[in-house]
Design a protein around this ligand. Structure first.
Ligand SMILES: *Cc1c(COP(=O)(O)O)cnc(C)c1O
Length: 402
């Protein structure tokens, strides 16, 4: 066992935006004995989790479930729909969008990386990393592609590196307004089951997700939600694929089974998570995350620190990025908070490393665990010598007791 001598008592506060804290009810479900993945009980479990995930994605179409991380599900989306050398339009919204774009290059695709230009004057940080997908720029670019070389538009719904969401329905409207046949592929690895997401209604062709964020599970399950158009496109797509191939997975999992050994115990956990989420109802789940996010933002604003997301219309309900004052290293603040208060916060990634940290408000949280989190952050900022305008803890209490 990992030994934490300096923290002998109480629970660790895992307030990173994934993996999120796992509810005890789910951990207990995962601890049940592993069963035969070809046996009769397994089929019941398999059919239940596929049908439940259709409800979570808000789709009537197939959902492929992989024993993989979210990165695997990204790869599955690309290799099932595209052919070597295909042009794809990706949008730079942060670190995860950048990783997906790098993957496309490694796979032999030709991604074009669209980004809002320039840096923000007050913070010096890239505008593209403080705003959502600029749908107008997507439309403008697609209109110029009169030969329809671009095969897919790939965007991130909840950019976990920044705490900015994107309006996916607006991206769909942009593609339609340009009368462009490109597929729409959306990563909502950290948005699903925390932020409202509608695969069918928003006209998404492939939605990518993972288990360890809003679904409140440990890492290890990847998802692709499909559209009929994506399935049709996969018949012509020539990227090599075997493990990721939708054809066998979709056909077999309709009966509750997989072409290879699925992660049985994590699927017990998924079944439990689905019960919890669907018993509560998705609107209540989304409202709970909005309430938490509102309290965290009230705290950050009371401290007088800028929020990484510069557009209040697209604040993430899942996490909040906090920009530290110039000269205050965000990672040093995180280190202090971890050492003194046994609280983990998300590090700044990529182009914003050291300038900001992230507070996750997802998974097994409640109003009081978030109050404790904000108290830990406030104390850590004071220890790091960051000048604060006021008490974020008081502002968050006011938010929760309103
Ligand atoms: C976590 C995350 C990923 C990567 O998922 P892994 O499970 O770490 O492979 C990709 N995109 C977004 C938006 C994420 O939050």
């Amino acid at each position: 066992m990992l030994k934490l001598d300096n923290h002998p008592s109480g629970r660790h506060f895992l307030q990173i935006p994934g993996p999120s804290p796992v509810p005890d009810r789910i951990l207990r479900a995962i601890s049940l004995p592993t069963i035969d993945h070809r046996g009769p009980e397994f089929g019941v479990l398999g059919r239940k989790v596929v049908a439940g995930m259709q409800q979570i994605f808000q789709t009537r179409h197939p959902v492929a479930i992989y024993p993989s991380s979210g990165t695997g599900a990204w790869e599955a989306a690309l290799v099932n729909t595209l052919s070597p050398g295909d042009a794809v339009l990706m949008v730079e919204t942060g670190h995860f969008a950048t990783l997906w774009q790098k993957m496309a290059v490694k796979l032999g695709l030709e991604p074009e990386f669209l980004a809002l230009p320039g840096n923000d004057e007050a913070t010096g940080l890239p505008n593209a990393w403080r705003h959502g997908v600029p749908a107008a720029l997507v439309e403008e670019r697609l209109r110029k592609d009169t030969a329809h070389r671009i095969q897919a538009v790939c965007v991130v719904h909840n950019e976990t590196s920044t705490g900015v969401t994107s309006d996916i329905a607006a991206v769909r409207r942009a593609i339609d307004a340009a009368r462009h046949p490109a597929l729409l592929m959306v990563d909502t690895i950290s948005g699903l089951a925390s932020a409202d997401y509608r695969h069918d209604e928003w006209g998404v062709d492939v939605t990518i997700s993972g288990s360890q964020k809003g679904l409140m599970l440990p890492p290890g399950i990847g998802f692709n939600a499909l559209s009929p158009k994506a399935l049709a496109r996969s018949k012509q797509a020539r990227m090599p694929r075997s493990y990721w191939g939708w054809d066998e997975i979709v056909e077999m999992s309709a009966t509750g089974y997989w072409p290879y050994t699925p992660n049985t115990n994590l699927l017990y956990g998924l079944s439990e998570a689905l019960d919890m989420l669907l018993e509560q109802g998705l609107p209540a789940v989304f409202a709970r995350h909005q309430r938490w996010a509102g309290a965290v933002r009230a705290a950050v604003q009371a401290w007088g620190l800028p929020i990484q997301c510069a557009d209040p219309a697209v604040y993430s309900p899942v996490l909040t990025g906090v920009i530290t004052p110039r000269g205050v290293d965000a990672d040093a603040v995180r280190r202090t908070i971890h050492e003194r208060f046994d609280l983990s916060l998300g590090t700044g990634l990529g182009k914003i490393k050291g300038r900001m940290f992230r507070i996750g408000h997802l998974g097994d949280c409640n109003d009081l665990t978030l109050m404790a989190t904000l108290a830990g952050v406030e104390m850590g900022l004071k220890l790091a010598g960051a000048p604060l305008a006021g008490s974020g803890v008081t502002a968050a209490m006011d938010h929760f007791s309103r």
